[in-house]
Design a protein around this ligand. Structure first.
Ligand code: ZN
Length: 207
């Protein structure tokens, strides 16, 4: 039965999916909103917009979003993300990703049940890892931006872009540089909205 599940995971992940374009992302506007007036004015000039005396913060943000080229918007977003999350540890990022509404504490995965020793690596390719742990198979695929698991928790939590304890354990096992790439996307989506940061949360639970 385990073999069949693994086959399903392999088959399921062959369809090509691409993350949504970043230019429509709400992230840049939110990141800019968090910046103080001085830095904002400086950034605006750095990206080629002439300083206009008397503009308020909202107007400067609006002007930047409107006037910068798509390439500059991407570069600015990368710069702000690096400033915001560059020093964050995997644990810091997980804290953000696993934030839940205070009225729904049960929606957070029970991480205390898991240890890294529970996981067996089944397959690893370039930027792609398939683990099995405690009877569940999970996939972390940076190429196709897929996070998948077949546990019951994830069948529900995947709709809210919330990883299960298996995926969290997997993210602690893959090389940190890759885990950070996933977690920064998810943290941005959690903090600033957007649909999963371009990641597909795929429940592989058999009906
Ligand atoms: Zn799971």
């Amino acid at each position: 039965m385990a073999v069949q599940r693994l086959d399903d995971i392999r088959r399921g992940s062959t369809s090509l999916r691409l993350p949504a374009g970043r230019h429509s992302s709400p992230v840049l506007g939110s990141l800019l909103d968090e910046i103080g007036m001085q830095v904002l004015a400086m950034l605006s000039e750095k990206y080629g917009l002439r300083r206009v005396p008397g503009l308020g913060k909202e107007q400067i943000v609006e002007r930047m979003l409107k006037r910068l080229s798509p390439a500059d918007r991407d570069r600015l977003e990368d710069e702000l993300i690096a400033a915001r999350f560059g020093q964050a540890s995997i644990d810091d990022l997980l804290d953000i990703v696993l934030e839940t509404d205070t009225d729904r504490p049960s929606s957070r995965p029970r991480l205390e049940d898991m240890s890294l020793g529970d996981a067996t690596l089944i397959e690893s390719g370039s930027r792609r890892w398939l683990y099995t742990m405690r009877g569940h198979d999970l996939l972390i695929d940076l190429n196709q931006h897929v996070l998948a698991c077949d546990c019951a928790f994830f069948a529900f939590s995947s709709r809210r872009q919330m990883p299960c304890k298996h995926l969290v354990t997997g993210l602690r096992l893959v090389p940190p540089v890759y885990a950070r790439e996933v977690l920064i996307d998810l943290a941005l989506a959690r903090r600033y909205g957007g649909s999963g940061g371009g990641w597909f949360f795929e429940s592989r639970r058999a009906a």
